[in-house]
Design a protein around this ligand. Structure first.
Ligand SMILES: Cc1ncc(COP(=O)(O)O)c(C=O)c1O
Length: 558
């Protein structure tokens, strides 16, 4: 009897200990607490600033508000003239395209969004691309810093060639699915060499490749949970997106602190972990979600890349996963082929059990690729023929995708492309440093941080208006993606001359924004005080919308 009670107590204590370890391994931010983040998001009330408040949310005096208003109206006029046709066509379809409605609403913090949308219609159409430029319907030639979500590593002309030559190669077979075009044989061999792994499967998107990796890891380990690190993006499938954005809780996902020993302890002690997903892009901002301007309510955004520290972390993870039979998955959908010819595995000197690729690897066509060790890739069991791991996809290994991939994989072997990788980090680090030096010398509160050719802008003085910078950059002829200054992606064909031009434009855009008073500040204004104030506004708005005295459905804060 006593023995049984003793065993039960030991079990309860062990469970408690594991639970405590798990809690310790969560990052203290909301991003680290998916459930709480979803709950918090559901409580945030809508409110927005009216015109007078819009320019003075930080308590700026009248003359500064007037300068801001004048700058804002001037910029708005410039947009209306310069991007006229592009904006008109966008306006014609926006009501019927949910993606456009979403991105236009979330370009800036929601309190400012309505007023900004009234005055800025940047437009979403482009006519052509060439070199490092894109041209819109009004004939504006912009420097492309969107990088097409990371697809564009070698320049758009490179991908046009891959697609055109690839199409010529497979034209005879055309759109026949199921059987493979012969170019696929080369793709398989090359991918496995690059990944240093045994088997490959083809998918239509990075999201699907990640889904398949996790499903296989669960199948082979017989365990339920995946581990992802706080802030890391792995596509939009539910299990890898447990926080805001997914209406359901992801019950078989642990979100742990990146680069922290507490997380290693969880891996060491829990028995339900099938795999660990790593997105090496997080090395630029561990534990923080991909930065977008819609969350830029203050200047708290930070980023800093330490290659040696991240490599050391990956080595520790590797050792822990090997010791516990946990499948280590590098999700290289974003960084693969960008950091080094052998991707993040080569760049950080650590090998994974499975690697996902996507974005760039099909020469500009849609794709997801999973490479893995044979023991984890197998979808059946010799001794239990009915126990299979299912995976399909109508368009997997589509001949045109395989054709463009063939062109991509052969071209990256050429001298010209190999040369692009020479001194890559040194080149981009020195470009970032030179730009930061100029920004510092000009006393502008803008800085950049980079992981090779992937950059983010952050702000060195507290402000509520940093998100305005994306409009000044656009006016200076720089094309950003909808996350604004959070992510700038350069293609490796940027010459020194191209980069110098972009740097000049970033500087002059920042000078214009400074001149228009947006970065006015006073000693009492800190990031903390800004956050506190916004929180207070939210409470006020929430109270106003629930109070029987004043039911305001879309309150405007004055
Ligand atoms: C690291 C990573 N994994 C997965 C994905 C999802 O890829 P896709 O958008 O092709 O589904 C992305 C997309 O940005 C990514 O960056």
């Amino acid at each position: 009897m006593y023995a049984l009670a003793g065993i039960a107590l030991a079990v309860v204590l062990r469970r408690l200990q594991l639970r405590l370890q798990l809690s310790r391994a969560k990052h203290r931010s909301l991003t680290g607490h998916s459930r709480m983040a979803r709950r918090f998001a559901s409580l945030v009330p809508f409110y927005e600033y009216d015109e007078s408040r819009f320019f003075q949310t930080d308590g700026a005096p009248e003359n500064i508000a007037a300068a801001r208003r004048a700058g804002f109206m001037q910029l708005s006029q410039l947009f209306a003239e310069r991007f006229k046709k592009t904006a008109e066509l966008t306006g014609e379809i926006a009501g019927g395209v949910s993606d456009l409605q979403f991105t236009s609403r979330y370009r800036v913090p929601f309190q400012f969004s309505g007023y900004v949308r009234q005055h800025f219609k940047p437009g979403t159409f482009l006519e052509s691309s060439s070199g490092v430029n894109v041209t819109d319907l009004d004939g504006n030639r912009l420097y492309d810093l969107t990088g097409s979500y990371g697809v564009n590593v070698f320049g758009y002309d490179f991908y046009k060639e891959c697609i055109e030559r690839g199409a010529e190669r497979v034209r005879g077979l055309g759109p026949v699915l199921g059987a493979y075009h012969p170019v696929t044989a080369y793709n398989v061999r090359r991918l496995l060499q690059i990944a240093g792994l045994d088997e490959v499967s083809f998918h239509m998107s990075g999201t699907e490749a990640v889904m398949q990796a996790v499903r296989l890891a669960r199948y082979h380990t017989g365990r339920s949970h995946l581990v992802r690190f706080c802030g890391a993006y792995h596509g939009w499938w539910g299990d890898v997106q447990p926080g805001v954005g997914n209406p359901l809780a992801a019950r078989e996902t642990y979100t742990l602190k990146d680069m922290h020993r507490d997380s290693l302890r969880v891996l060491r002690n829990r028995r339900d972990i099938a795999c660990v997903l790593v997105n090496p892009l997080q090395a630029l901002h561990p534990n923080i979600s991909a930065p977008g301007d819609s969350t830029l309510i203050d200047s708290g955004r930070s980023a800093h890349f330490d290659r040696a520290a991240y490599a050391a972390w990956l080595r520790e993870l590797r050792a822990e996963c090997s010791a516990r039979g946990i499948v280590l998955i590098f999700d290289e959908v974003f960084v693969g082929f960008r950091l080094a010819p052998g991707g993040a595995q080569e760049y950080f000197g650590v090998r994974a059990d499975m690697v996902t690729y996507g974005k760039t690897v099909a020469g500009g066509l849609p794709v997801g690729v999973l490479c893995g060790r044979a023991e984890f890739m197998r979808r059946f069991r010799d001794d239990r023929p009915a126990d299979i791991c299912f995976a399909r996809g109508t368009f997997n290994a589509h001949p045109y995708v395989m054709g463009a991939m063939y062109e991509f994989l052969t071209r990256i072997e050429t001298e010209a492309v190999r040369a692009l990788y020479q001194g890559l980090d040194a080149a981009w680090n020195s470009r970032a440093k030179a730009l930061n030096d100029r920004l510092t010398a000009a006393e502008l509160p803008v800085r950049v941080a980079n992981l090779s050719s992937i950059w983010t802008i952050y702000y060195s003085a507290p402000s509520r208006y940093n998100w305005m910078f994306q409009y000044y950059l656009r006016a200076a002829g720089l094309a950003l993606s909808w996350v604004g200054t959070g992510r700038l992606i350069f293609s490796l064909n940027y010459t020194e001359g191209d980069f110098a031009e972009v740097a000049d434009r970033i500087l002059s855009a920042a000078e214009d924004m400074q001149r228009d008073g947006w970065w006015w500040s006073q000693p009492q204004l800190t990031n903390k005080s800004i956050r506190r104030r916004v929180f207070k506004e939210m409470l006020q708005a929430r109270w106003a919308s629930t109070s029987p005295m004043g039911s305001i459905s879309s309150p405007r804060i004055k």
